[in-house]
Design a protein around this ligand. Sequence first.
Ligand SMILES: [Zn+2]
Length: 433
Amino acid sequence: MIPNTGSYRLANARLHASLTPEFGAAFDRDGFGLADIAVADGKISSITAHGRSKAPADAIDLAGRIVLPCFIDCHTHIDKGHIWPRKPNPDGTFMGALNATGADRAARWSAEDVARRMDFSLRSAYAHGTRALRTHLDSVAPQEEISWPVFETMRETWRGRIELQGACLLGIEGVRDRRWFDSLAKRVAAAKGVLGVVTYMVPDLEELLDHVFAQAIQHGLDLDFHADETDDVAAISLKKIAEAALWSGFEGNILVGHCCSLARQPDLDVLDTLDKVAKAGLAVVSLPMCNLYLQDRRGDHTTPRWRGVTLLHEMKARGIPVAVASDNTRDPFYAYGDLDMLEVYRMATRILHFDHPVADWPQAVAATPARVMRLDGFGTLAAGGDADFILFKGRSWTELLSRPESDRIVVRGGRAIDRQLPDYAELDELMVE
Ligand SMILES: [Zn+2]
């Protein structure tokens, strides 16, 4: 359908207002407008309202199919991905995930093991239409010395197909060993990575956060936290991060993931936290599939009674940038998943109510994470931008989100890519117990 010449005209494409700067079309109440898109030399040369001028006879008529910019996945763990067959979660709980992953890491995460699983993950993400991806990298000693060089090689290998970012990952108590943590921060800076930690309610949390911010300022690093991935109402590390950001005068980007406990807290506490999060300029990413899997798992023969996700609507209403992302794939933290951001958006629509109205929620998988990741020109469709987009069969939200859209066409640099997914059997030899 898409000519391999890299120069053509698409007529009658359905674009979403929130991901397309004004091009003169009338948008309907779902935010859609019909457009003609001209592509030349791998770039979008123009986007015009459909019907404004007569499309040339050789234009490809998309008959109202939805076209979205390629996805931006701002929170993943491709160093953990696909270990499930050799290390499943024994009971589906968060502690079960933590312990299983820790044991697998210590025993199995050689450079080759990590590299092959990472590459598998990136091929899946690419085939589904993802253009940029941030992964956390378990950086508990001695894993940081194995995984960061693998990440740096992988980033080079994938440049031009997937823009790869890395953030270190360790429990906040790891910051107590100042010498080790400072050397990790230096290593992350050398790799042009992002400084990340997991926060929970340790007695010295404020002091440790101060040190994390001081290191980020010293090395000019952006920050990325896992915060409050629990139903414990006493978990308020999101608020502590916002306070630390305010009093340190930090000017970089801060992304905070999960924030599950916020949804369980009394309204007045929530309002106070959200005020601080907005004032401090934090962005928040929700991981709906992982939260649904791990949260509210109470033991045998019980049914979960909450969805596990944080308060994205209330955050967005306050101007806090909000995103959704994949998180884990086929590892003890999440038994499923394939780094398909359409699946994430579909699940988010159902779990988080990204509808009635859809409004600008599509930005949560494209334009917003692109801004948080400092990726100029990513996550939107605009004249002069790269011709990196996805052509779906669906012509409305209900059509788009009701089927897997396995036959979507992913266009990169103006050309349709080969969307072959890697075969699970490739990893079999790494899965022998
Ligand atoms: Zn995560």
